[in-house]
Design a protein around this ligand. Structure first.
Ligand SMILES: [Mg+2]
Length: 214
């Protein structure tokens, strides 16, 4: 494949930056507070419900929409607010140069809301590297790994799956990408590589070294 005709589809959280140490705990606390306030329940009950919906539907939001009629944009706005995003962000400073040198079109495909994804990309100084951000709103609230969200993105952005390379920390999401005909790059420290993963990397900074294997 001509390297310039490639389309890189990047997950955001725990792929382009390390969300687990500080950003995810902040979002989880915000979601718990939101659920407690909206439903008039204790923080403990709200936290349990948040986790239960996350397990059952893959996203707290989907459970809230289904069982409580929550307005998704209201939820996403209020649960993704940061007084000091740059203080919470944890990412590789070499990322910007790596993305700039990577040949091909680049897209972010995230289960997060657009305002948050754009703020993270801006803070990391990598926003200009990306053509577009395909956020949870654009999937019409069909988060990965739901096929519907993938299919909508491919159709709307006129992407041929055979040209796409998906870079992700979630194996479940890569399974769908691979089924749809994309190449898959798994960001993980786990040794066992599932059959639907083409290449495993331990750091996003390894990307330039594995391009020839895709
Ligand atoms: Mg992720």
């Amino acid at each position: 494949m001509d390297p310039r005709s490639r389309v890189w589809i990047f997950d955001l959280d725990d792929t382009l930056h390390h969300a687990t140490p500080a950003v995810f705990p902040h979002i989880n606390r915000s979601m718990t507070a939101y659920v407690a306030a909206q439903l008039g329940i204790s923080d403990d009950a709200a936290s349990a419900l948040r986790v239960d919906y996350w397990h059952r539907y893959g996203a707290t939001l989907l459970g809230l929409m289904r069982h409580h009629g929550t307005e998704p944009r209201h939820f996403l706005w209020h649960t993704h607010q940061f007084d000091d995003l740059s203080g919470l962000l944890n990412f590789e400073s070499a990322l910007r140069g790596i993305l700039r040198r990577l040949p091909g079109r680049k897209i972010v495909f995230s289960n997060s809301p657009l305002h948050y994804a754009q703020a993270v990309l801006r803070e990391m100084g990598v926003a200009p590297s990306f053509d577009t951000v395909y956020s949870i709103e654009r999937t019409r609230f069909k988060p990965k790994p739901q096929r519907a969200g993938f299919l909508r993105m491919l159709r709307e952005l006129h992407l041929a799956p055979s040209r796409c390379i998906m870079v992700e920390d979630s194996a479940a999401n890569l399974r769908v990408a691979k089924c749809l005909g994309m190449k898959s790059v798994w960001l993980s420290r786990k040794r066992r590589r599932p059959s639907f993963v083409d290449v495993r990397i331990e750091s996003i900074l390894d990307l330039p070294r594995i391009i020839h294997r895709l």
